[in-house]
Structures are given as C-alpha cells and as structure tokens.
Design a protein around this ligand. Structure first.
Ligand SMILES: CC(C)(COP(=O)(O)OP(=O)(O)OC[C@H]1O[C@@H](n2cnc3c(N)ncnc32)[C@H](O)[C@@H]1OP(=O)(O)O)[C@@H](O)C(=O)NCCC(=O)NCCS
Length: 191
C-alpha cells in the first residue's frame, strides 16, 4: 500500500496492492460502497460480504489498480477499482468485436460519498487511474455508465471518453429486494 496523492482537504488517495492491505479499510469501504450504489439511478442493495468481495477480488486480479480516498479518521470517502477487462468475464464477452480484449483495461468501479462530491475527487481518481495504467501494455480503456446519461456520463465525456452506443443489461438486487436489470452504456478511450 502506498499514498498516491495528498489533498488539501486531508483526503489521501492510497493504492492498495494486496488483499491484506484492504483489511484495515474493509468496514469503511463496505459502508461507502453500499451507500453509493443504493442511490438512484442504481438503487442497488449489496450485502456486506458482497461489497467486501468486490474489493478483495479486485486485489486478486493481476495488474489491478485499486484506489481508496481516505481520511485520517478512517473514513473511506471514495474508491476507484480497475483491472484488465479479461478479469471481468461478462463484460469481456459483451464487448467482443468492439475492442480487442487482450489490450483493453476496464474501469470497474468509481464512487465518491455524497458528502465529498463536487470537489474534484471523482475526476482525480479517474486521472490517477489513467496515469497508473502501463501504456506499453494497454491501448484502450473501457467502462460502463448508466444509460440515463447522468453526471458521470457528462464527466467521462468531458475527460475524453467516447460513447460507443453499445449497451448491456445488468441484473442486480434492488433496494426493494427484487432483482431487476438496468441498462448500462459502454464508454471507451484510446490511450
Ligand atoms: C460520479 C461521481 C464519482 C463524481 O464524483 P465527484 O467527486 O463529485 O466528481 P468531481 O467533483 O471530480 O466532478 C467531476 C465533474 O462533474 C461535475 N459534477 C459533479 N457532480 C455534479 C453535479 N451534481 N451536477 C453537475 N455537475 C457535477 C463537476 O463539476 C466536474 O466537472 P468539471 O471537472 O468540468 O468541473 C459521484 O457523483 C458518484 O459517486 N456518483 C454515484 C456513483 C456513480 O455514478 N459512479 C460512476 C459510475 S460509472
């Protein structure tokens, strides 16, 4: 684990490198993850062990970039998780023919707790992931955003990501306990 960036608001962005690194932050990560994805348009309900598994699994994928925005108090204000797309089999299957799997990197998760938003943290986490990618090995970056084209869509477009026009239906457990799909849109960037 090491510090990638220190901010004036006492938020540091750290990079986790091993599953053991994650344990100290696990409870705070789980809380942030559940809170962020329970909001519209996602309305998703994750059980604590499911949220914890997202972080642990990411750290087991070769060449992952796993970032947490943390405060000295132990709060996790945000997270950014990324790894080669071949580490995410459903997505790799859906983009076959759109991008070459072997040299495409995937931005899997991005979230900032509501209290910490609109202070540049989301954009900074994306910028750091782009800086940390080994450009000798990866030529494309892919991500999914909500098909409703919300704030995150606008943010990624401003940062140079292109709208591929390709959608994927993602099944998830919702806040009301039902399991429904919602539409996600793929955006991509050439490195
Ligand atoms: C998307 C998200 C990560 C943005 O985090 P953030 O820390 O607020 O982002 P930033 O402060 O870096 O803002 C990024 C850009 O979006 C704009 N923006 C952010 N929130 C906005 C809002 N509510 N209304 C209008 N613009 C907004 C900012 O002005 C900024 O644009 P700029 O760089 O041109 O000034 C955060 O809103 C979030 O976690 N949302 C829920 C989860 C989610 O949608 N994740 C992305 C899934 S692909």
């Amino acid at each position: 684990m090491y510090v990638v960036a220190e901010r004036d608001d006492q938020v540091s962005i750290i990079r986790l490198e091993t599953p053991a690194d994650a344990e100290a932050w696990m409870a705070a990560f789980v809380g942030a993850y559940q809170a962020i994805w329970s909001e519209p348009p996602y309305d998703e309900r994750f059980f604590p062990d499911e949220a914890a598994a997202v972080l642990r699994r990411s750290l087991e994928v070769a060449d992952n970039i796993t970032l947490l925005a943390v405060r000295p108090s132990g709060v996790v204000a945000g997270f950014g998780i990324a790894y080669p797309v071949k580490g995410k089999s459903d997505v790799a299957r859906d983009i076959r023919g759109l991008l070459p799997i072997e040299d495409t990197y995937y931005f899997a998760e991005l979230g900032v707790l509501e209290h910490w938003r609109v202070r540049g943290l989301g954009r900074q986490i994306i910028d750091l992931r782009l800086q940390l990618i080994d450009r000798h090995r990866w030529r494309h970056v892919l991500l999914r955003t909500s098909a409703v084209r919300n704030t995150s869509y606008e943010m990624y477009r401003k940062m140079g990501f292109e709208d591929t026009g390709v959608y994927m239906e993602v099944p998830a457990r919702r806040n009301d306990g039902s399991t429904r799909t919602d539409r996600r849109l793929f955006l991509s960037m050439v490195l």
